[in-house]
Design a protein around this ligand. Structure first.
Ligand code: DAH
Length: 366
């Protein structure tokens, strides 16, 4: 037994004296590695008689614990010393001039999300987020899409093959609408939020990618009506497109989570053969473009989220962020957004120094 004691003391003394991480690692292997002496001693336990084992095992285990602790402590001390050394020796000259040609740019999707957050902050909205890996209840059921609801089929959902520990069917969220549910459940009413984020659908062509971005809006309060919805969307779109002549058309539609539901079109006019937003959509040479879905939050959705629909009402809307970016900044192929091509980013990206702000105008000055 004292032989074990001596060896252990020697090992710990060597560990405490190790002056670099490589030396420490060598000592670890020597004691605790596959062929290390402590590991080999542990292996001998199997051949001992039960009494012998009962006697030896605790001592060997204790020695292993002490050596492992000594190694961990020495490792932390060496790493700490290395950090201190670097902090003392490395310096950063903040007075150096900025690089001649700044590298990197803000992706149009991030730019547009920043612009939206700024516009809606000015209207008293805060930004909410939710998980991209969502469960079936938040993504569908609580939004008034029961398991057999036909609207589910339209979402081309990516499902996970296995259920989670609580037996929930997990999926990649197909829209940002589940954040409505999460916000109502978490904070109750009143609510004024926008929820930007990634969403996923099994779909791919020039205007569809399996991952894209949406922004959801939700307002819950007393006595909210469709007029509030229309004013909010008009104010937001005028600020976003930086034009006062933005005209909206609300068309009756259907979404399971809103009642009534409206699809919102925005008027455009042809200028030099290009469609420019603004102007009267009904006049000759003008037209309407479908932009977003919205409506008054369905009573059933309020109930699912634990709110009393006789006390609280609200409106919601959902719009594609990538689509907003394409309309404002003139890209025509959505797939290029996610190619990571540095030339595309250099052309369409924005300066990180050019933060959108209401006072300076949310549009980027490229
Ligand atoms: N979640 C819908 C979609 O992805 C968009 C939408 C429509 C969101 C109406 C809403 C809404 O909040 O009220 O197609």
């Amino acid at each position: 037994m004292s032989e074990l004691q001596t060896r252990k003391d020697q090992a710990i003394a060597a560990i405490d004296a190790a002056d670099n991480l490589d030396a420490l690692e060598a000592l670890r292997v020597e004691a605790l590695g596959k062929q290390g002496w402590i590991s080999l001693l542990l292996k001998t336990l199997g051949q001992m008689s039960p009494e012998e084992r009962q006697n030896q095992a605790p001592a060997i285990q204790a020695a292993r614990g002490e050596v492992a602790d000594a190694i961990a402590a020495r490792k932390a001390a060496l790493e700490n010393a290395e950090l201190e050394r670097r902090l003392a020796s490395e310096t950063l000259d903040l007075s150096l001039p900025a690089p001649q040609a700044p590298r990197g740019s803000v992706h149009p999707v991030s730019q547009v999300m920043d612009e939206l957050a700024e516009i809606f902050a000015d209207l008293g909205f805060s930004v909410a987020t939710g998980p991209e890996i969502e469960d079936d209840w938040h993504n569908f059921t609580a939004l008034n899409m029961a398991e057999t609801h036909p609207a589910r089929a339209m979402h081309d959902t990516f499902y996970f093959p296995d259920r989670d520990a609580e037996k929930r069917q997990m999926l990649l969220r197909t829209h940002t609408s589940p954040v409505q549910i999460r916000s109502m459940v978490a904070q109750g009413a009143p609510i004024r939020i926008i929820a930007p984020g990634r969403v996923y659908r099994s779909d791919s062509d020039a205007t569809h990618t399996p991952m894209f971005h949406q922004i959801e809006g939700l307002v819950i309060d007393r006595d909210i009506h469709l007029g509030h919805l229309k004013w909010t969307l008009e104010t937001f779109l005028k600020a976003f497109f930086e034009r006062d002549d933005i005209v909206l058309r609300l068309r009756p539609s259907y979404f399971p989570f809103t009642e009534p539901s409206v699809e919102v079109d925005v008027g455009w006019q042809a200028v030099n053969g290009r469609r420019v937003l603004g102007g009267d959509g009904d006049a000759p040479g003008h037209g309407w473009m479908e932009l977003l879905g919205s409506g008054m939050v369905n009573r059933r959705v309020l109930e699912f989220a634990g709110l009393d629909p006789d006390e609280w009402q609200g409106f919601a809307f959902g719009v594609g962020v990538d689509r907003l970016a394409m309309l404002k900044y003139g890209m025509d192929d959505l797939r290029a957004f996610f190619d990571g091509d540095a030339r595309w980013l250099a052309h369409y990206g924005f300066s990180a120094f050019d933060q959108p702000s209401i006072s300076a105008g949310v549009g980027a000055r490229a």
